[in-house]
Design a protein around this ligand. Structure first.
Ligand code: B12
Ligand code: SF4
Ligand code: SF4
Length: 358
């Protein structure tokens, strides 16, 4: 391996990354897939996915002069969290996706990438560069696959043989002609476990995700009303969803995050829905500032919890929490609260009917 490559890898590890890889900027096939996905409207309300033309699939259009992309992986699996299957099976407990239990990763990753880019300047000479994490118009998974970090699985997540898929990706675009790594090969084989495991049928075919059905989209990205036919399948998931990763056999190799920022905060791994629903706007602001959840805002927070309460086992606590928000100022919250109360009513009615006909 080129001496610079070894030195870049050890600098990356020192800044908290779990793996890196280097790729060129050619993404012709992924560009076709992306364009098909957009033509089908599978991005829903995520207009930012369509906004940047081909800059997303052509890195040199986003940052002129770019020759290489250094893709970096940071594990986020919180080893201290209550096991996911336990939380998912308790209908009165909130399920928060594993990546959002700790602090927001964007700032941490961006800072670490900046330090890595500076270290590369010392090792390989001054360079024109920019760092990206998540929100920028970058095809992160395709670049990471080409850089040898892992393959895109049928659930559309990037999977690494030695770590599963519980990690974030970030990149440094650079004009240095660094030596390339080999792309990763695919290892889903004949497995299809993630497809039937998806509660809303969002993985419509291998490698094809209709985001409009994905619980992650419905609870995080979607503004306004959640389509009624999908609400029951959301269960107790109030922020994101992990089911297609929880069943993935490669996640047996997941490693717990090393960084303390990814430790569980505010007991979000096992919080009671009724307690979260009681938070005031100020409490939401205070507690969720510094978390990825802060981005969805208080209204979507209440909307999502209302749906989960509608799916919870009926109890006086659940019903009175919903009643207390029946006249909430937000029409979106009110509409979801009414739906939830109606869900409890109709389940109670059908249970009574079943008892009397027995
Ligand atoms: C938009 C987006 C979403 C959307 C859409 C997801 C998606 N699959 O595209 C929603 C809101 C649903 C979402 C959800 C999640 N996301 Co997201 N998301 C993104 C974002 C911003 C863009 C992804 C993108 O480009 N989509 C475009 C479509 C076209 O891509 P795609 O479906 O993956 O299709 C690709 C391939 O599958 C292939 N392909 C497509 N069709 C076909 C057909 C065939 C036959 C073949 C062979 C290939 C193929 O080509 C496409 C282009 O490479 C990235 C950050 C970034 N800038 O890249 C994060 C990112 C992908 N998300 C991430 C995470 C963590 C999640 C969640 C796990 C969060 C959660 N727990 O709720 C879920 C996972 C849901 C899932 N099963 O994918 C991480 C993924 C890390 C990893 N290990 O893969 C990223 C990289 C953010 C980051 N910086 O870490 N996300
Ligand atoms: S994150 Fe959940 S809803 Fe989205 S594709 Fe995976 S299993 Fe389906
Ligand atoms: S569950 Fe199976 S098919 Fe789905 S991503 Fe994992 S290995 Fe691939």
């Amino acid at each position: 391996m080129h001496p610079n490559r070894i030195a870049i890898e050890s600098a990356a590890r020192a800044f908290g990354f779990d793996a890196i890889g280097i790729t060129d900027i050619e993404l012709p096939e992924d560009e076709r897939h992306l364009e098909q996905w957009l033509e089908r409207g599978w991005h829903g309300q995520m207009h930012y996915m369509a906004k940047h033309g081909r800059r997303r699939s052509r890195p040199a259009q986003l940052l002129p002069g770019t020759l290489r992309v250094i893709s970096a992986r940071m594990n986020y699996w919180p080893g201290d969290a209550q096991p996911a299957d336990e939380t998912l099976s308790q209908s009165e407990t909130a399920y928060v996706s594993r990546y959002a239990l700790g602090r927001d990763y964007h700032k941490l990753m961006r800072k670490a990438l900046g330090r890595l880019a500076e270290a590369i300047a010392e090792l390989a000479g001054p360079h024109g560069y920019r760092v990206f994490v998540d929100s920028a118009p970058v095809l992160e998974k395709a670049l990471a696959r080409n850089a040898g970090i892992g393959w895109i699985g049928k659930n559309t997540n990037l999977i690494a043989r030695d770590a599963g898929s519980w990690f974030f990706l970030g990149e440094i675009f650079t004009d240095l002609p660094l030596p390339l790594d080999a792309p990763a090969s695919a290892h889903c084989g004949s497995c299809q476990a993630c497809m039937p495991a998806c509660p809303t049928g969002a993985i419509v075919a291998p490698y094809r995700l209709d985001a409009r059905r994905c619980i992650s989209y419905l609870t995080i990205e979607l503004e306004g009303s959640i389509p009624e036919p999908l609400r029951a399948a959301i269960g107790n998931r109030i922020y994101g969803c992990d089911d297609c990763q929880l069943v993935c056999p490669w996640n047996k190799f997941a490693r717990a995050a090393a960084h303390p920022d990814f430790r569980v905060r505010h007991g979000l791994d096992a919080a009671r829905l009724v307690e979260l629903f009681e938070w005031s706007a100020e409490q939401f602001d205070q507690r969720m500032r510094g978390s990825a959840i802060y981005r969805i805002g208080y209204e979507r927070w209440l909307r999502n919890i209302a749906v989960a309460l509608g799916n919870a086992r009926s109890s006086p606590a659940v019903l009175s929490a919903l009643e207390a928000r029946r006249e909430h100022a937000s029409p979106v919250v009110r509409e979801h609260v009414q739906w939830a109360l109606e869900a409890h009513r109709s389940r109670a009615t059908s249970a009574t009917a079943a008892r009397s006909s027995a």
